[in-house]
Design a protein around this ligand. Structure first.
Ligand code: TRP
Length: 329
């Protein structure tokens, strides 16, 4: 990917987005949260909870609110330091929706309708919300609002990131240099965490039955790992094509402990090691989460402070965009 960086962005500014459509799981921790926490010194980061995106499919209002607060609490419990990494709820910074509209004016219907995720989700049947179609444009607004230079994205979001780049470049070309053109970065962890029950699909918040949710009680986790799909091969090794389940367990263990499994060919031993490693990582997160959630107002205060902190940048971007596109400031 080539990058054109406007004068506004001289530093690395990272935006990591989470959608509060479900509870955070091990894949989110290893693929997104941990890299975010590890980069807190190196990059200016924002952790965005994209609550508006959670309303693009039929949704339950109480769940969206609950998941939003729970995700923020888990982020704090996992070690996101809100002093260095503002935790921002998308809907609490109104500039997201204002920029969304301005970007809709440079986006084509065909571009949005081509998105793989839109095609997949709209094929599910039932009425298709217009917001499902325009959601990648809102995601572009999320990114461009903060002069973001780097966006950690999994494969499923690549196409959306490309659209954000396209819209930024198009706007800049048509109306003058306004946006920093972001780059996608792969999370450092090479491993993709797969669903334990269906190891050929990525662990998802609202799909699959083999998720390890970060707040699951120990007995639930033990059971999920014990039931993880394996195979008849009888060898503990990485072979994604022929042994996707065992490979996933080996990857999870390596990610959690930084070392390969003990010298074993027993799947039972492997599963025990994985369970122990998960417990070692989740026990302190669970404890800290319990403390924090005893005082939800303190978490709300963290979110209010996060919005406050990023709002000046958001406001400046929208002002530039309004000026460029012909609105009266
Ligand atoms: N759409 C992303 C997902 O489903 C979440 C997201 C929303 C996001 N806004 C973003 C990711 C901005 C990166 C940048 O995972």
């Amino acid at each position: 990917m080539t990058t054109t960086v406007t004068a506004a962005a001289t530093r690395t500014r990272r935006l990591t987005g989470f959608q509060p459509t479900g509870r955070l799981h091990l894949g989110n921790l290893l693929g997104a949260l941990r890299p975010l926490i590890a980069a807190q010194d190196a990059a200016e980061s924002i952790a965005l909870i994209a609550d508006l995106h959670a309303m693009t499919m039929d949704h339950d209002p109480a769940s969206v609110r609950r998941h939003t607060l729970e995700q923020a609490t888990v982020m704090l419990a996992a070690g996101v330091d809100p002093e260095r990494t503002p935790i921002v709820v998308q809907s609490q910074v109104r500039e997201h929706t204002e920029l969304h509209y301005l970007l809709e004016c440079v986006a084509a219907h065909g571009e949005a309708a081509r998105m793989i995720q839109f095609k997949e989700k709209s094929a599910a049947g039932g009425p298709i919300r217009l917001s499902l179609l325009t959601y990648p444009v809102l995601m572009a607004a999320d990114i461009l609002l903060y002069d973001t230079t780097q966006v950690p994205v999994g494969e499923d979001q690549n196409q959306h990131l490309e659209l954000a780049r396209t819209l930024a470049i198009r706007f800049n070309t048509k109306y003058g240099d306004t946006f920093t053109v972001p780059e996608g970065v792969r999370p450092d962890s090479a491993a993709r965490i797969m669903d334990l029950a269906e190891p050929t699909r990525k662990m998802g918040k609202s799909t699959g039955t083999g998720q390890i949710r970060l707040l699951d009680p120990p007995e639930v986790i033990r059971r999920t790992v014990a039931r993880a799909a394996t195979d008849q091969v009888g060898l503990v090794r990485r072979d994604r094509d022929n042994q996707p389940g065992v490979t996933n367990l080996v990857d999870i263990l390596a990610e959690l402990t930084g070392r390969p499994p003990s010298d074993t060919t027993s799947y039972a031993t492997l599963k025990r090691e994985v369970t122990d490693a998960i417990e070692a990582v989740l026990t302190p997160i669970r404890a800290r989460h319990a403390e924090l959630s005893a005082n939800p107002d303190s978490v709300r205060a963290v979110l209010a402070a996060g919005a406050e902190k990023v709002r000046p940048t958001a406001a400046a971007t929208v002002r530039r965009a309004r000026e460029a596109i012909g609105l009266l400031n």
